[in-house]
Design a protein around this ligand. Structure first.
Ligand code: FUB
Length: 344
């Protein structure tokens, strides 16, 4: 009856309110949560935010992270286990500062942690570290991934067993400095080297990974994001253009490329029929959260989909964030229901 249905939905509501949209970790600051299901459990690979005496600047020097912790949960709503330090910057030969948003992948009996950091020349590179356990500890390769640049790596395992790495971020993430294929050191401003507003926006990057998961299997390719009329999204379209935080998931055979719009603070998505795109813009997944950055991941656990994200509820400071999760729903036409986060 209608009354029973109402009772059922009330009880789901009560059940889920206890953990959805609440900080998952309260004793440390954490951000940029990349979630995966490995061996039937949820593993979360976030950035570990810290206070630092580095002076705040427009390139995000205040995001001065020095290690990674890995977290796990048996299922949504269960307690969260902190597995301790999985990788420390001291143990990465080439990395000097700013361990930003990581991701992880499982292949056979090994786990791979992909992470960005600035090298000795203050240029962002992507590193990879290997472990036999999803929670680490991870051992970093001695050099960054050859040919890598910029930040925010995300690895997608396709249903045919191929792995693709997506990455890039503009402004503090330096992607605009690689427009010619070489690093443009025209100045320290993160706003130099951007295209004009009427030009196509800067493209996020993708490459297939080699079988060893440690190297690009091809030269990085640009991902084209089209607007609803089939035109490339323009650099001046800050509501829709790619800024950072790439993520890919596949639903009913369609590839969903989602990302942050940066200074308009949204997580949006575009869909395509293959892992390289082009992807066509579809809409907003997550509206602005508390704090400047917005960064997410999307994962299926049993039959439900979840969005992992962060905000600054615990600290009120942009660079001291806390990770959260909520449900994500695909509509029958493949669109994703918009999520309005807690903003009190
Ligand atoms: O956590 C540092 C940076 O802030 C990430 O790499 C970006 O995606 C943004 O969330």
């Amino acid at each position: 009856s209608q009354e029973d249905d109402q009772q059922e939905s009330d009880s789901i509501e009560t059940d889920t309110i206890s953990y959805l949209n609440q900080p998952l970790v309260e004793d440390l600051y954490s951000a940029d949560p990349s979630a995966h299901v490995f061996n039937g459990k949820i593993y979360i690979y976030p950035s570990h935010d810290v206070e630092s005496d580095t002076k705040e600047d427009d390139s995000g020097a205040q995001y001065d992270m020095k290690d990674y912790h890995v977290y796990s949960m048996s299922n949504p709503g269960s307690s969260v286990t902190d597995h301790g330090v999985a990788l420390d910057i001291e143990d990465v030969n080439w990395a000097k500062r700013q361990m930003w948003a990581p991701d992880a992948a499982q292949k056979d009996d090994k786990y791979f942690l992909y992470f960005p950091a600035k090298d000795e020349d203050d240029i962002f590179r992507l590193g990879v570290a290997v472990s036999e356990n999803p929670e680490g500890p991870f051992k970093a390769e001695p050099e960054p991934i050859s040919g890598s640049f910029s930040m925010d790596p995300a690895v997608f395992e396709d249903t045919d067993g191929k792995y693709y790495i997506y990455w890039g971020g503009i402004w503090g993430g330096q992607l605009q400095k690689w427009r010619t294929g070489e690093y443009l050191s025209t100045g320290d401003s993160p706003y130099d080297d951007e295209p004009l507003d009427e030009e196509p926006a800067i493209s996020p990057q993708v490459a297939i990974l080699k079988d060893n998961m440690l190297e690009f299997g091809e030269s990085p390719r640009n991902i084209l994001i089209l607007d609803e009329s089939g035109e490339p999204i323009k650099a001046g379209d800050h509501d829709k253009r790619f800024f950072e935080a790439s993520w890919v998931h596949k639903y009913n055979g369609t590839y969903y490329f989602s990302y942050s719009t940066g200074d308009t603070h949204k997580i949006v998505y575009a869909t395509g029929d293959n892992p390289y795109g082009p992807f066509t813009y579809r809409g907003v997944i997550l509206h602005p959260v508390q704090g400047w950055t917005n960064h997410h991941s999307i994962v299926k656990f049993e039959e439900e989909w979840y969005l992992f994200y962060h905000d600054t509820q615990m600290s009120g400071k942009n660079y001291l964030r806390n990770i959260k999760m909520t449900k994500l729903v695909h509509n029958p036409d493949g669109s994703i229901q918009e999520i309005k986060p807690y903003t009190l």
